[in-house]
Write a protein that binds this ligand. Structure first.
Ligand SMILES: Cc1cc2nc3c(=O)[nH]c(=O)nc-3n(C[C@H](O)[C@H](O)[C@H](O)COP(=O)(O)OP(=O)(O)OC[C@H]3O[C@@H](n4cnc5c(N)ncnc54)[C@H](O)[C@@H]3O)c2cc1C
Length: 378
């Protein structure tokens, strides 16, 4: 395949273009925004959590988890770190396995890609939103005021989450025009809404807590991490992880003291006569003490099993990723369309979403590698 068009200058589009250019292919990278990698620059709270050393298919949701596993096996955490370090920088894991550039700057990861693409003399078209793709033996990609022909296309145009980065979901129509279906879409890795009355007075308080998602009496998910109270619910990395499992009508149960057993806590409350000084942050202590109204049992329950009904998520605008997309079963092992050979997919546009912790960028890089390999084999 001589000329390749990559649609989308995000993490997966840039990674795919770099690999194809290194193999000597002619690549045109088309990006609707005015610069490359805008979302990548915002990842990991601006620090760029690019992958996770614990990466495996069990951290992903998809219609074909086994294919996700095979694609990760071909290009996983260590290949990603090598690929990034080949462009420059040093990438190291933190205590929870989340890998960051040691300079802790996501925008610098993006700069690495931009510099590499420049070094490889990439043909980059910014402010170019592909609106239609036709096929007449070759692909014809059309945008306002222009078009190009290509032998292969990589559709790496992202999902529907965080539309302010250029991903409003309009690119799904490009795949649908070739007969692809789109599984139901919903926001993932997002803040959760609860009853504002139950979080009143807690806004801005961040705790390292144990978190459970309860569906009726059964626990559908449990984890440990940051919980940050907001005006109308909760945020933080534990909540983002839980959001992949939580549905409206479920409950969150927060253990503010996951390292302290009930008995020890009960003893401490007797000694302090219910004071929570040096047990939880003062702001949290004041609110919980007031709610317990002097009852030790009530205070113990609030501290170890604080209950919040889930009233919903905060929409695509506040989500990090999209759940749903082009089903993997409509692609081959290299993510080539089974409906229109020569059309490949990479990244979040596919029906694959990962947990919080670097898994989504890892999918962007792994899927980009699969698509690039597929094109190089043609
Ligand atoms: C705030 C935030 C923080 C995040 N933090 C992390 C993290 O720490 N770790 C992690 O693993 N994941 C994180 N993610 C998720 C991760 O950023 C995405 O999963 C990843 O960027 C997806 O890569 P992509 O290339 O598929 O899509 P994107 O990065 O979204 O890129 C798609 C690109 O395609 C362009 N485009 C769309 N339509 C067209 C069109 N028709 N023509 C031309 N161009 C088009 C868009 O402008 C966009 O630039 C975060 C997401 C957000 C929003």
């Amino acid at each position: 395949m001589k000329k390749i068009a990559v649609i989308g200058g995000g993490a997966s589009g840039m990674a795919c273009a770099v690999q194809l250019l290194r193999a000597g292919r002619e690549v045109v990278l088309l990006e609707r925004g005015d610069r490359l990698g805008r979302k990548l620059s915002a990842t990991g709270n601006g620090q760029g959590n690019v992958t996770n050393i614990n990466c495996s298919a069990k951290h992903y949701f998809s219609d074909d988890p086994k294919k996700v596993g095979r694609i990760l096996d071909r290009f996983g955490y260590s290949e990603t770190v090598r690929f990034l370090e080949d462009m420059g920088g040093i990438f190291l894991p933190d205590a929870r396995g989340r890998v960051y550039p040691v300079g802790r700057q996501a925008s610098a990861v993006c700069d690495l890609f931009r510099a590499e693409l420049e070094k490889l003399h990439a043909d980059i078209c910014l402010k170019t939103q592909v609106q239609r793709i036709a096929f007449d033996g070759e692909f014809d990609l059309m945008w306002a005021g222009g078009h190009m022909r290509a032998d292969a296309v990589v559709l790496a145009a992202g999902g529907k989450a965080a539309p302010h980065f250029g991903t409003d979901g309009s690119a799904y129509a490009l795949a649908q025009s070739f007969g692809h279906t789109i599984t139901p879409l919903s926001p993932a890795l997002t803040r959760l809404k609860s009853d504002p009355a139950l979080v009143r007075g807690l806004k801005g308080i961040r705790v390292d807590a144990g978190l459970k998602v309860l569906h009726g009496d059964s626990i559908c998910f449990e984890c440990r991490g940051d919980v940050l109270f907001t005006e109308d619910g909760v945020s933080g990395d534990a909540v983002f992880r839980a959001s992949s499992y939580a549905k409206k009508g479920d409950r969150l149960e927060i253990d503010f003291l996951p390292d302290v057993g009930k008995e020890r806590l009960s003893e401490a409350l007797k000694v302090s006569d219910g004071s929570l000084l040096c047990i939880v942050p003062n702001g949290l202590g004041r609110v919980l003490s007031k709610r317990a109204n002097g009852g030790h049992g009530a205070l113990l329950s609030l501290l170890k099993a604080f209950q919040l009904p889930i009233l919903g998520d905060c929409g695509f605008a506040n989500a990090q990723v999209t759940k749903g997309g082009i089903p993997l079963i409509e692609t081959d092992e290299n993510l080539q369309s089974l409906k229109r050979p020569g059309l490949f997919f990479a990244g979040e546009i596919l029906n694959v979403d990962g947990e919080c912790g670097g898994y989504n960028l890892q999918w962007a890089f792994s899927s980009a590698h699969a698509a690039a390999e597929g094109i190089l084999q043609c």
